[in-house]
Design a protein around this ligand. Structure first.
Ligand code: IVH
Length: 717
């Protein structure tokens, strides 16, 4: 290719790759497969090798992908909570791995590595490779000091990472203290946090039910979960960790294998699916074995990592700007299975969307037997040119059920039949309408189509919505008897109604009615979610409730008002407008209001002043009031609380027994350290009578007396 042409293509490739990288690492919504990405990257590498003068330091060939949310991502339809994490530099750069899909390149790597070490040395210490699974998750770097976990950083941009220590503490198989006592005083151990298939399927099932965008793959689910706002929620995501690389000064090991074995003795999660190989044929054997066997693993692996085992040789081989020269990743192509398409069902969801679902001849894929797969919509069926009776390729994608990615035309039977997407609702017979934006067919009979009505009722009572104890069968029974049709009907049920139903006894009826009564205290954001407005999942409902504060402001909001809400894009705004334009819905809301459900947010703590506006404050140690009260006090005066110190910290508010680490960090960054007394007197000017008392103890007691006055308690707590 000529230079000007190459330059144009290089720029184009960089734009595509940078965008794909941001979607993948920051937004957790990949736009292309790993294979496509790697092929484009290889094309860019080849062009840059041909014209080295066109290489720039910010080219995707020169840097590792970054998971730091440096720039605000584009508005997303549905958002995972995002948190501003403190960032810290990595002690050792956190690099990526060179990768290949070609076994001959693995051979070339092994040759290159072996030739990089003088023969005299390998004669003394034989060269070997450690072959391991490549875990498909998100990289993590753990620091242990004196046997205790002190910090967990994400890869970030390879140089600095996000501090996710609190979240990592909620991952069950990561120990906070190590067993034994022969660990180095300080060391780092890196690995991967991933989500096993079972947890991934469960999470996406929940998200689909809640109309939230499912995660595209377990890797995105893992990195999204690791960055959740609420650390405790991480515990419910079923994340796991496997550690695969130990680093530190003067580690007492001569091989990588020894280091990992020792780590396992200390209770750290290390994989036992490793093999030390001395020849390329052993490496190939390991790759072939796992390419077949990975289907039976309970988590996703996307390849095999081959590492030089001897630490001294690793050091001698060193690193390029992006990769170690002592390791390489052999990547598997996405896992597929070929099976027969027996028939197609057309399923109506609770919002009326009609989805074609393929019934397949059962086949094993990624550890589970697959019987059904999504065909998404009519366009997709047409694109695939799919016929009933065809042999189809199935892959695990983001949805609860796998997707069909292709048809094996060479195996099409003579009697294969072209399917016809129905024109009417398979449930109520209404003529379907097509939503152009989403290429989906919809049953417009929202308030008359039984599947939609029942689906909405089930959703209304579900755990994350009104959390009423009732199984799907109960709801079906109530619906079939004509007792409930609309969510508001639940609150008009009486004991006699229930006792008239088959199988209902006193206790069950009372329990159900009590649960309904209790649900009246459900916070507004969950009531909003329970209404089942299309595209308004849990997260969007939260944002909307916070923004509008009550249902009246929401129901009269214009499109522009809606678009001003965080995380609301055009699709959601239009759906909300359509919901409130329908009289059936506004009547339901009025009836639910009359029943006593909450349609406004609870009153927030009163703002006392904006003295601390724009300040980021870290607190450490004990104060004369509880730490939560201190945090509330800061917030009430307009300040922002932060868990750890960085350049952005305005000051460290240090109480008694303030953490020495925090004090040291504040000093090293030049962050001002102030006492409780200074905070009160000089900053908040809050001490009345006792000011002037030089004895810090008594003045502090005075201050706390002021803060804890009844007035203060009332405004804040
Ligand atoms: S070793 C200096 N071992 O794959 C690099 N990495 O695509 C040391 N990964 O950046 C990394 N399984 O996040 C290593 N067994 C394994 C791995 C592994 C997954 C990840 C890691 C790496 C990425 C490269």
């Amino acid at each position: 290719m000529e230079k000007t042409q190459a330059n144009t293509r290089i720029n184009e490739l960089r734009d595509i790759l940078n965008d794909a990288s941001r979607r993948y690492y920051v937004e957790n919504m990949p736009t292309m497969s790993d294979y496509e990405f790697d092929m484009l990257l290889k094309e860019l590498e080849a062009l840059e090798a041909q014209y080295p003068e066109l290489v720039t330091p910010d080219s995707p060939t020169q840097k590792v992908g970054s998971d730091l949310a440096a720039t605000k991502p584009a508005k997303r339809k549905v958002a995972e909570p995002r948190k501003e994490f403190e960032q810290y530099p990595h002690r050792y750069p956190m690099l990526s791995l060179g990768n290949t899909y070609d076994i001959t390149e693995v051979q070339a790597f092994a040759d290159r590595a072996a030739k990089g070490i003088p023969a005299e040395e390998t004669a003394l210490v034989p060269f070997s490779f450690s072959c391991e699974l490549k875990f498909d998750g998100t990289a993590i770097c753990l620091t242990y000091k004196n046997g205790r976990l002190t910090r967990a950083l994400t890869r970030g941009d390879g140089t600095i990472g996000d501090d996710v220590t609190e979240n990592v503490k909620h991952i069950a198989n990561i120990p906070q203290t190590l067993k034994g006592s022969d660990w180095p005083e300080e060391f780092e151990i890196r690995g991967e946090i991933y989500m096993p298939w079972s947890a991934f399927d469960r999470l996406n099932q929940e998200r689909e039910r809640d109309e939230e965008q499912p995660f595209a793959n377990p890797r995105n689910a893992a990195s999204g979960s690791l960055k959740l706002i609420d650390s405790k929620m991480v515990a419910n995501r079923g994340l796991e960790c496997t550690l695969y690389h130990m680093l530190g000064e003067d580690l007492p090991f001569s091989t990588h294998d020894q280091a990992l074995n020792k780590a396992a003795e200390w209770g750290l999660p290390v994989s036992d699916k490793r093999r030390i190989c001395s020849t390329i044929s052993e490496i190939e054997e390991f790759i072939k074995y796992w390419d077949a066997e990975r289907k039976t693993l309970p988590f996703a692996t996307d390849g095999i990592v081959i590492k030089v085992n001897q630490m001294q040789y690793q050091e001698e081989l060193g690193y390029t700007a992006k990769f170690p020269r002592w390791a390489v990743a052999y990547k598997f192509k996405a896992e597929q299975a070929l099976t027969r398409l027996n028939s197609i069902d057309y399923q109506v969801g609770r919002t009326g969307a009609v989805t074609p679902v393929a019934n397949l001849e059962p086949v094993l894929l990624s550890g589970t037997v697959v019987k059904r797969a999504s065909l998404h919509n009519a366009d997709q069926m047409e694109l695939l040119d799919i016929h009933v009776g065809d042999y189809v390729y199935v892959e695990k994608g983001g949805e609860i059920i796998p997707k069909i990615t292709g048809v094996e035309l060479s195996q099409r039977p003579a009697d294969a039949e072209l399917p016809h997407f129905p024109e009417t609702c398979p449930d109520c017979g209404a003529v379907l309408v097509r939503d152009e934006q989403e290429a989906k067919a919809f049953c417009p009979n929202q308030s008359g189509c039984p599947t939609q009505i029942k689906g909405k009722l089930v959703h209304f009572l579900s755990r994350k919505a009104m959390n009423v104890i009732a199984g799907d069968a109960t709801i079906e029974q109530l619906y079939n008897k004509g007792l409930v049709w609309n969510p508001a009907d639940f609150y008009e049920l009486e004991k006699e109604h229930l006792l008239g139903l088959e199988g209902w006894k006193d206790r069950a009826a009372e329990r159900f009615l009590k649960s309904l009564e209790d649900s009246k205290n459900t916070p507004f954001e969950r009531v909003l979610f329970a209404l089942g407005i299309r595209h308004v999942g849990e997260t969007t409902a939260k944002s909307m409730a916070r923004h509008f504060k009550n249902i009246d402001a929401m129901s009269t909001a214009s499109r522009e008002d809606l678009l001003a809400v965080d995380d609301i894009g055009e699709v959601i705004a239009d759906s909300v407008l359509a919901y409130f334009a329908d009289g059936v819905n506004t009547d339901t809301i009025e009836r639910l209001k009359a029943a006593g459900l909450r349609f406004e947010v609870e009153k927030e703590a009163e703002q006392l002043s904006d003295t601390l506006k724009g300040m980021t404050i870290v607190i450490s140690g004990n104060f004369s009031i509880s730490r939560d009260q201190m945090k509330a006090l800061i917030a009430a005066h307009g300040g922002k609380n932060s868990g750890s110190i960085s350049g952005k910290t305005t000051f460290l508010l240090a109480g008694e027994k303030a953490g020495p680490e925090k004090l040291k960090k504040a000093e090293s960054l030049g962050v001002r350290i102030i006492t409780e007394k200074e905070f009160l007197e000089e900053i908040l000017h809050e001490i009345p009578d006792q000011v002037g008392n030089d004895d810090p103890d008594t003045s502090l007691r005075g201050a706390s007396a002021t803060w804890q006055s009844e007035d203060f308690k009332e405004t804040l707590f």
